[in-house]
Write a protein that binds this ligand. Structure first.
Ligand code: BEZ
Length: 400
């Protein structure tokens, strides 16, 4: 169960500061009840350990950065953080979510990364009407059939980055592709979206390989690719798994003979560890390392200063999760019970994100550009917009 970070203590001290003024007999001017209220309690449910640990850290880092940039206030109220390590483990997801909602009584849950864990969280958020902001997991249903007024996503649906990869590969002249991914919701939905885009461009999938999550023994799968010799390969892996996959792919000499593509999770946040093995890889994603818009420049500089590290797409998603929450809480002047005002403001958000313009769809999923990037000198460099202001279809979403 969650370790509290130093910000919590700072928030607590601010609250205690008011009490000691009273104890000293100082007469305070009356302030609105909400301003005097308890801190807003934000519960992070993220995979702080395991193959997605780096993703969790970067989401958490950038969320706190955004709130700090707003004076450590949400709608005028101090913030307290609680963290739960969900280990990207679906079988523990219900218990972990219940810890935050029932035991910790958080005001808002921010999580998670893994699509399978996410669905358990979505179920509880729907049952309890707890505000849930998804800072990564792309599981399509969260903003399709299982959408709800209290569930928002600051990241992507699994369909969004992978559908354009299909067109990019077809435009590059590839006709026959193989796919390889982890066998769970995110991998399945990314492959389905890719097949849709590739098929529209006249391409055909000639083989599908499925690796149990979170295994990273790729050798036997890569041998099958070498034997089949497709024109190209589409792969979804992320975090530690993506590092190992890209290195193994290059080590087997496949990189030159069978070009590798994927949604940008394959190379985002992973390049220092992948090194030369990732050079030249083309991926599609809602972020690139050199977008160079003013919001991105400011965000990257502040992140580097605060954490002495480079941000990535996961940091951007954490940053924008906080931006969404601030928009909601400011509209409600810090009253977490003013649900209509909070949700209305979040739905209408127009965020000048480091990724470029971001608005929310009717299903509470980002509408955003998807960029084609190419790895050059250890950076995911911008090539072009692969799909402009792309909205997930939101199929089956009926807001209650
Ligand atoms: C997912 O499980 O939805 C996911 C995990 C890592 C990167 C992208 C998607």
């Amino acid at each position: 169960m969650g370790n509290r970070n130093p910000l919590d203590r700072r928030s607590a001290l601010k609250v205690m500061g008011g009490a000691s003024a009273a104890a000293l007999g100082l007469r305070a001017f009356p302030t609105p009840a909400i301003a005097q209220g308890a801190p807003i309690k934000v519960g992070f449910m993220l995979p702080y350990t395991g193959t997605y640990a780096a993703l969790a850290k970067n989401i958490d880092n950038a969320f706190r950065q955004y709130v700090a940039e707003k004076g450590d206030k949400l709608g005028g109220r101090a913030v307290e953080y609680v963290t739960v390590d969900d280990q990207a483990e679906p079988s523990k997801a219900t218990d972990n979510m219940n810890k935050l909602v029932d035991r910790e009584k958080v005001d808002v849950v921010v999580g998670t990364v893994h699509s399978g864990v996410q669905m358990a969280m979505v179920k509880i958020a729907r049952e309890t009407s707890k505000l849930l902001i998804i800072p990564n997991a792309g599981v399509d249903a969260a903003t399709r059939a299982a959408c709800a007024p209290n569930i928002f996503r600051s990241s992507f649906s699994n369909w969004q980055p992978s559908f354009p990869t299909g067109k990019v590969m077809a435009d590059d002249g590839h006709k026959a592709a193989m796919t390889i991914t982890w066998k769970y919701a995110a991998g399945e939905e990314c492959v389905a979206a890719f097949k849709e885009g590739f098929g529209k461009g006249g391409g055909q999938v000639v083989g599908e390989l499925w690796v149990p999550f979170p295994e990273v023994e790729f050798q036997s799968f890569l041998t099958q690719i070498a034997e089949k010799k497709p024109d190209a390969v589409f792969a979804f892996f992320a975090g530690g798994g993506a590092v190992k996959f890209v290195k193994d792919y290059a080590a087997l000499g496949l990189r030159k003979s069978v070009p590798l593509y994927g949604p940008g999770f394959l190379t985002d946040g992973t390049l220092p560890a992948q090194g030369e093995a990732a050079e030249g890889l083309k991926t599609t994603l809602h972020y690139a390392d050199d977008l160079n818009n003013p919001a991105d420049k400011a965000f990257r500089a502040a992140y580097q200063k605060r954490y002495n590290a480079e941000p990535d797409v996961y940091s951007v998603q954490g940053y924008d999760a906080a931006a969404l929450l601030v928009i909601g809480m400011d509209a409600a002047k810090g009253d977490i019970n003013a649900k209509d005002a909070i949700y209305k403001a979040m739905r209408g958000a127009k965020i000048d994100s480091p990724r470029g313009p971001m608005t929310m769809s009717a299903a509470n999923n980002p509408i955003q550009n998807i960029y084609l990037r190419e790895v050059k000198n250890g950076k995911n460099t911008y090539v072009k917009i692969a799909a402009e202001a792309l909205a997930d279809p939101g199929t089956g979403c009926r807001m209650a």
